[in-house]
Design a protein around this ligand. Structure first.
Ligand SMILES: [Fe+2]
Length: 289
């Protein structure tokens, strides 16, 4: 393999250092969120297909929160026995953490796991950190994995000799949904909050879209240029709607979008400069397709 990948975890950022030997190199990152792995309605078969795709290219899987559902605890008013899988019925939190790390450890990929409200709800009430625990269990199994919080900046740094080129992804688990707008108006909000990010990613609302936001840049020498800021919203893997009845069908009405995006970063070193060209490939689909 012509590249090596190393994670450096800091307070608000995660650096992904990609050491390359060729003048051209690619890195595949699967952006997924809201997997809700321990929920009985979660489509593990679709998740498996999506992770297997990046496994082929030595890629990274980045989970943008709510990897675990964790709603069936004793003190959770949202708990419902029908949503509980048989393997999670003894020491509930421990069982979910172990099942999650065992499931993810089947794949030969790197992982970055980030918090969602389902993980921070457990962290805040029970003082145990599910995201960190899954990450540690993966590390114990020899898998390269790191974790970050509800808002995290991921810097992809391609290094070839003395040449360094960085692509910055701003992540927030998500806010601002909308039945009609699907939360797309948040693009302008996120653009103002994260002006320096090359791409901005959120989940949480179980919508899926990609929107470009062009911006003007003026260099120190006064040269005017444009760039695209890329905005991504990833869906879910929990199918609450196919049967047409139940809490979600009654209260939320509109089916959720399944899946996420494959972010391909293409590094190319020229004589005097290097560039990173991102591509965002939809891995969104309807649950019954
Ligand atoms: Fe969420």
């Amino acid at each position: 393999m012509a590249k090596t990948i190393k994670f450096i975890q800091k307070t608000s950022t995660i650096d992904v250092r990609i050491n390359v030997t060729n003048n051209s190199e690619e890195l595949d990152c699967l952006l997924i969120s809201d997997v809700h792995l321990d929920n009985s309605k979660t489509r593990r078969d679709i998740l498996n297909n999506h992770i297997k795709e990046v496994e082929k290219t030595n890629g990274i899987v980045i989970s943008g929160g709510d990897l675990m559902d964790l709603m069936q605890g004793k003190f959770d008013r949202r708990s419902s026995k029908s949503s509980l899988m048989d393997i999670h019925k003894i020491a509930y939190i421990d069982d979910v953490v172990t099942d999650c790390s065992e499931t993810l450890s089947q794949y030969n990929v790197h992982y970055i796991l980030l918090d969602g409200n389902h993980e921070t709800s457990v962290l805040n009430r029970l003082e145990t950190d599910p995201t960190r625990r899954v990450c540690q269990e993966l590390n114990n199994k020899g898998i390269t994995a790191t974790y970050g919080r509800y808002q995290t900046f991921i810097r992809f740094i391609f290094e070839k000799g003395r040449d360094r080129k960085t692509f910055t992804l701003a992540f927030h688990h998500g806010a601002w949904g909308g039945k009609i707008t699907k939360g797309v108006l948040s693009v302008i909000r996120y653009a103002s909050i994260y002006p320096d990010a090359d791409a901005v990613w959120s989940g949480h609302t179980h919508d899926g879209w990609y929107v470009t936001h062009p911006q003007y840049k003026i260099s120190r020498t006064g040269k005017l240029s444009q760039r695209l800021q890329h905005h991504i919203k990833t869906g879910t893997y929990k199918d609450e709607f196919t049967k047409g009845h139940g809490w979600a069908s009654e209260k939320l009405v509109m089916p959720s979008t399944c899946g996420g995006f494959l972010m391909k970063l293409k590094y190319h070193k020229k004589k005097n400069e290097s560039i990173i060209t991102p591509e965002f490939k939809s891995r969104l689909l309807a649950f019954d397709s």
